[in-house]
Design a protein around this ligand. Sequence first.
Ligand code: NDP
Length: 285
Amino acid sequence: MAMLISGKELAEKEKEKVAREVETLRGEGIRVKLVVIIVGDDPASKTYVAGKAKDCAACGIESEVVRFPQQTTEEELLEKVRACNEDPTVNGLLVQLPLPKHICEKNVINAIAPEKDVDGFTPVNVGRMVIGESCFLPCTPAGCIEMLQSTGLPIDGKKAVVIGRSNIVGKPMALLLCAQNATVTLCHSHTRDLADICRQADILVAAVGRESFVTADMVKEGAVVIDVGINRGADGKLHGDVDFSAVSEKAAFITPVPGGVGLMTRAMLMRNTLEAAKRQSGRFE
Ligand code: NDP
């Protein structure tokens, strides 16, 4: 039976660590602030934004949620982004995705100042990540690496398989695993013999967006399985991409949904925001 990698526990620890550092900075007269911009009424986005504000409060980070109506123009949004870039009291800035269809997400992301891009989505941060330079790592894959490391098992030399190649999860996940010296296979909807490939994985990361996509026959005995998926099931509950109960019988470690990667993603945002404030105040790590 697999051991559970608890996103809840790890995220709490991370947030406590961030809170202590935020407190120290405050003692030195430095405040830490995150601005989150949301456009429209997407219910999932609203939930995510509320979660971010709650985490900020728990960490002593000041947060401001800027709400724009659905019909906001791209230029209006860009103006706000530029204003936040210029505002020295704002350390971290993120625009909640997805944006309404009439707004080009690429243009908006590209407008965020790289030094405030705590989501790690701008081309500058992505480029730095690719070449292994200091940058803001995207929160979800960074959280997955933390979860893998929490098992105490080495990543170095292991065979890792990532299912999904999105810019925010799959691709950076593969890069971060490679940076940890895993041998990485990145799979997608055109991959042939997916189950065979998955069965070779010591580390299997699922970021597909399909409930119970990873079945027990796709998992090697003793593998570490990281489930990034968040899917609203027919039962109205949240489910991952992994058939949790069956895969738990084979894996050595597994992340639950909910209570797994999602919580660590949020904790990594707090870490990045603290890091942004430290860098902007001249405190480099
Ligand atoms: P995308 O839809 O952007 O990407 C899905 C990926 O899965 C694509 O690369 C696609 O391949 C691949 N895929 C789809 N069908 C198959 C298939 N049959 N076989 C193999 N690969 C397939 O999703 P995201 O990466 O944004 O998100 C993935 C999941 O993770 C979602 O459930 C999302 O809600 C969740 N998520 C969770 C987060 C968290 O904090 N826990 C954060 C972000 C996302 P192709 O490229 O060929 O189309």
